[in-house]
Write a protein that binds this ligand. Structure first.
Ligand SMILES: *Cc1c(COP(=O)(O)O)cnc(C)c1O
Length: 434
């Protein structure tokens, strides 16, 4: 008779875990207010007072700027479009290199490409999974024009060292804070630590309006360029009197009044959601300390972590068996999450394949058929996307890292204890794994 569910034993839990429900009566009421007004968007793509959007957009932007203690907050329809605006605003052009992490959601690295820039991947830190300053330094060339930093899993990057590198080189830092809304470094919020920051309001993030994003900056000029790219810049610059028309190719990246109204309610709940999530993750970490092969998430000095996901590392040598064996056995003990049943148990191995291994980079085919922007004539470097360029990211993906989101607000202590029991049971009966 085996104990482990993966060997036919009785699982710890069959009942689904609670769905992360962030919207409720406040959002319903706010949506009603917008529907009653009849104005679902007020943006106008020409030089007019409505170029900056309607009342709900303005309110959200004011509230966001106040909360995050920053001068400008600019609402967009996703973090992806926010990154496109940010990279365009700092003036990236064909032939420029932008240093970025390969261990992130793909949009962090596509944002230079759409302006003709070439992503250069630097490796990540073993402990915190953000860009490793030493690797960033090694990747600098005369063509490096920006660094895109990602606050992966919910904690800020190495602000001091990355800022020092960027200052010395005279280039901007764009902070992808999509996973780190309300995380802090010393007395500042993630997203406000670089020259421009980008937040996501998609349905997977801490707070949401289905889709959405916000760009923040203290720089008046960059803010105005972001607003232009958000809303058909090319049709606006003349009447507005903009002399610098570089990258003033506009998009429609506008958020609707409906989403802006929902996000005002979400912002009010942010601190509460984050507090609960952090408490849940800290509880889990405390209860799992006795499993020697499990490396618990570490928090950078002076930083707070908001755990978009809870990242664990598996030490196969200490365990005597690999990550996959452990994770599959834990998953077999647990149940899916409500409304996400097809995803199975929400514990995943590897997070994401290092981005340079995607076909776009391997084949150097992105825009058109002729290798733009990776091959000349404007690009005079020769970027390397071979396997092996970022050994730490590859090690995390292939062998060590797994993530869990079985800790979102709405989980009771009993729900969390089931997760703990699954980990503990697999470790206790590990001999059954063979
Ligand atoms: C979610 C995410 C994005 C993209 O967000 P969207 O709002 O869906 O465009 C970008 N970067 C990171 C690190 C993310 O997690």
């Amino acid at each position: 008779m085996f104990h482990l569910a993966i060997r036919g034993g009785k699982p710890i839990r069959r009942k689904t875990f609670p769905f992360y429900a962030t919207v409720g009566k406040e959002e319903k009421k706010a949506l009603g207010r917008v529907i009653d007004s009849g104005v679902l968007s007020k943006f106008l793509g020409s030089w007019h007072k409505d170029f900056y959007g309607g009342p709900e957009i303005r309110k959200l932007e004011t509230q966001w700027a106040r909360f995050f203690k920053i001068k400008h907050a600019i609402a967009v329809n996703s973090a992806t479009s926010g990154l496109y605006c940010a990279v365009g605003a700092v003036g990236i052009e064909p032939g420029d290199e932008v240093i970025v992490s390969p261990y992130t959601m793909s949009a962090s690295a596509t944002s230079p490409i759409i302006w003709g820039g070439v992503p250069v991947f630097a490796d990540i830190e073993e402990d915190f999974f953000c860009l490793d300053p030493r690797s960033v330094e090694e990747r600098l060339t005369s063509r490096t024009k920006a660094i895109i930093i990602v606050d992966l899993f919910g904690q800020p990057y190495d602000v001091q060292r990355i800022t020092a590198i960027a200052r010395k080189k005279g280039i901007p830092v764009i902070e992808d804070a999509a996973q780190a809304t309300a995380a802090t470094y010393r007395d500042r919020y993630a997203g406000t630590l670089g020259d421009l920051g980008v937040f996501s309001l998609n349905c997977h993030k801490h707070i949401q309006s289905g889709e959405g994003g916000v760009v923040v900056t203290n720089d008046d000029r960059l803010a105005e360029r972001v607003r232009l790219i958000r809303n058909h810049a090319e049709a606006v610059v003349r009447e507005k009197g903009e002399k610098d028309i570089v990258n003033m190719v506009g998009f429609n990246f506008r958020m609707t009044e409906l989403e802006a109204a929902v996000n005002q309610c979400q912002l009010k709940k942010l601190s509460r959601f984050v507090r609960t999530r952090v408490a849940n993750c800290e509880y889990l970490s405390r209860q799992l300390r006795n499993i020697p092969a499990l490396i618990l998430p570490k928090v950078r000095p002076y930083a707070s972590h908001v755990y978009y996901m809870q990242p664990f590392r598996w030490n196969s040598e200490a365990a005597g068996f690999d990550r996959h064996t452990f994770v599959e056995a834990v998953r077999a003990e647990l149940a899916p999450t409500q409304k996400n049943e097809d995803f199975g148990v929400r514990i995943w191995e590897g997070y994401c394949k290092p981005l340079y291994l995607l076909p776009m980079y391997q084949k150097k085919i992105a825009i058109g058929t002729k290798g733009y922007p990776f091959l000349g004539p404007q690009y005079t470097g020769s970027v390397d996307y071979s396997k092996g360029i970022c050994p730490v990211a590859e090690q995390m993906y292939e062998k060590e890292l797994f993530t869990s989101d079985l800790m979102t607000p709405g989980f009771t202590t009993r729900d969390l204890d089931d997760v703990v029991m699954a980990f503990q049971k697999v470790w206790k009966y590990r001999e059954e794994l063979g």
